[in-house]
Design a protein around this ligand. Sequence first.
Ligand SMILES: [Cu+2]
Length: 405
Amino acid sequence: MNPILNAAAPAAFLLCLPLSALACEAHLAHADGLAHDGHAAHAPAAQRAADPADARTAALFAAAGAEADAGPGAEPHASARADGHAPLGVMGDHRHAAGEFMLSYRYMAMRMAGNRDGDERIDADTIATTVPNRFAGMPGMPPTLRVVPLDMDMEMHMLGAMYAPSDALTLMAMLPWLRKEMAHRTYQGGMGDTVLGTFVTEVEGLGDIKLGGLYEVPLVQGNAHFNLGLSLPTGSIEEEDQVLTPMNMRPTLRLPYPMQLGSGTYDLQPGFTWFDRKGQVGLGAQYQATIRLGRNDADYRLGHAQTLTAWTSWAFDPQVSSSLRLRYHEQGRIKGQDRRIMAPVQTADPDRQGGEWLDLGLGMNVALGGGHRLAAELLWPLHQDLNGPQMETDQTLIVGWQYAH
Ligand SMILES: [Cu+2]
């Protein structure tokens, strides 16, 4: 079990933002423009509110010195305000003003336990006795999947840097360090439900470094930019560890696909991000695709992927905001095959990878002043439809620190 996640779940529920925020969407349709927040905050605060409630809100934010009228189109939406950034799990959501840079650190923990085939749960005994092994017929290979993954913990430490050469363009780089741990149950021999034992495989190391750029799309209302990212094959695809076979041997083998640290390919990540805010309510959306360019050295590529996410935020005051987010993610099966990955386990099958996930996220952003920010987001799947059997995702926690100057 992962104690961090267990403790964080109830805590995040307490942060749950008022759903009434959604009802305030109508405010976005008001004729008066979005008050831009200025990094240099020299200009007098905007007092363009059309009704008393807006005036009160504007006064509150102006009094905190965090909102200034920078004029139409004058600046990107990254700002000293808590809700100037998207929920923490959204990458490349904000640009910076010309000359600004940002450093960030994120910690992500993902917990998976139990298996699903499609959207239905499937237990370990059923997998071991009924699900066909694609390698059956090869020497020593049983007819069904005699090794079943039980749970997996993935942790990521990610360092990020952003720099804006101009107001329209922000460059970014992300460097991930990964740790993965997977627990398995091995069934004895080629049939029956006698358990031989359990084992855990573990890997740790550098993941795929990502470089990207965000380029402004001028809009009359709100902020928008194109995202273009390139993921470099810096993560290993040759990780090995010791396993327990149904014949009670303990060889060290190349680990199945989900336990590798990188894709092994150059991956292109085009996308589009939109964000707008009116008073205390923010709305945003982002689409991002991951396109694998060719196959890797082990003669396969991971499935192409796409993610569509939309969020709303509610600013309690300029320094603290909460967020509610939906994320849809889709990833295809693996094309090709690593000849060295061959075992009676679902994770070694290129066709039992990918699927569809719909997640709900609750988050919180805090602007500490002096350019420092803290943020956290917790995501749960509402629905998952897996090319299974495959382990299901239970929850993902992301916490991070950011410093802009
Ligand atoms: Cu930034």
